[in-house]
Design a protein around this ligand. Structure first.
Ligand SMILES: [Zn+2]
Ligand SMILES: [Zn+2]
Ligand SMILES: [Zn+2]
Ligand SMILES: [Zn+2]
Length: 352
């Protein structure tokens, strides 16, 4: 006992699947629903001709979605037999879609199953129907839709859930070299650990961002930094000019470490960060120390020492931030004549 609502050209559905949506047939421009069997109920595409709606083959100018071979980057003409081949079930098709079409109509959050719809087809996230139910209760409207502005009922929008399930989207770091296409629902998770995510140049007034591997070149060519090679598990002596904010250390595995020197009124605060987009393996520990007046066997010398059991990783997205671990080297530790600080630093790879 289904009444069939949609024209073949605009997707097929029936009253049992979608009770209240009506659409204009894009080919006849007729606003009245075109009677047609439902794919889901009949299991196959309708063979019955639609009244007033010529068969697809007779109208080659009809818009088709462009198919792209993602691997080779070629763009075959959608009208060629090769392209038609790729549009068969099991193939892939590239589409561009307005992101708001995949967002809740109420809260604008990205839709993830379970997805709901009101009786008029307004699509909502899993949270909003319940919120509207509560509001409706207070306003004595019962279950209502804020977009319809009237009482309604909510049901699962299985069609959109299936669509979103089948959808793959490019990683946002495509411009930084990530070629991954991930399922829409996994996008956020992938990007939170995508190795291609950019890191940022910490110099004032420099907006450069790039994957960590490209930063080294930028630091050297754009800012004239001279990187220091660092061997793990052994101390390295660094002469630090008082006002030099950044010292770049390059590990044996090409990991970038930044020794950050922040001048304060009572001394220099020194901290080390690993410049990479996310916390990831391997992890590192770090010792920094500085001594004053211990040369020549003096007994009144002072030593400051800091051990950071886990060097934090940072993309430097918000500039340099001083974490919990920093070493405060008092002002008088600096060489009187040159103003230089002598610092010993040791970075160890921590076995995972
Ligand atoms: Zn919502
Ligand atoms: Zn509604
Ligand atoms: Zn990625
Ligand atoms: Zn820069």
């Amino acid at each position: 006992a289904s009444t069939f609502l949609y024209c073949e050209r605009d997707g097929v559905s029936c009253s049992q699947h979608n009770q209240t949506l009506t659409k204009t047939c894009p080919r006849t421009s007729s606003a009245s629903p075109v009677p047609l069997p439902c794919h889901t109920h009949l299991g196959s595409a309708p063979s019955r001709p639609i009244e007033g709606c010529p068969p697809m083959a007779e109208e080659p100018s009809v818009k088709r979605t462009k198919t792209e071979d993602l691997g080779a980057g070629s763009e075959p003409d959608a009208a060629t037999p090769a392209a038609a081949e790729e549009e068969r079930p099991g193939g892939e098709v590239t589409v561009k879609i307005q992101s708001k079409a995949l967002c809740c109509r109420i809260c604008s959050e990205p839709l993830k199953p379970p997805i709901f719809k009101c009786a008029a087809g307004h699509v909502l996230c899993s949270q909003c129907p319940e919120k509207l139910r509560e509001v409706g209760h207070v306003l004595r409207l019962g279950t209502f839709c804020a977009l319809c502005c009237k009482s309604t009922s909510y049901s699962r929008c299985v069609e959109l859930e299936q669509f979103i399930d089948a959808m793959k989207v490019p990683c946002s770091n495509q411009t930084y070299g990530c070629n991954e296409y991930v399922s829409y629902q996994q996008k956020e998770k992938h990007e939170s650990s995508c190795p291609h995510a950019p890191c940022y140049c910490p110099e004032d007034d420099c907006a450069f961002k790039a994957p960590a591997c490209c930063l080294l070149d930028h630091f050297v060519t754009a800012h004239g930094w001279s990187p220091t090679n660092l061997g793990y598990n052994k101390p390295l002596k660094i002469l630090l000019a008082r006002d030099r904010r950044f010292t770049l250390l390059v590990g044996e595995d090409m990991s970038l470490f930044l020794l950050i020197n922040t001048l304060t009124s009572i001394g220099s605060a020194l901290a080390v960060v690993c410049v990479r987009p996310h916390e990831s393996e391997p992890s590192y520990s770090c010792n920094i120390s500085a001594a004053h007046g211990v040369a020549g066997g003096k007994t009144d010398g002072r030593l400051v020492f800091q051990k950071d059991p886990h060097v934090s990783s940072s993309s430097l997205a918000g500039g340099v931030q001083m974490g919990n671990f920093f070493l405060l080297v008092p002002l008088e530790f600096a060489e009187t004549s040159s103003g230089e600080l002598t610092v010993h630093i040791r970075i160890d790879r921590v076995a995972s």
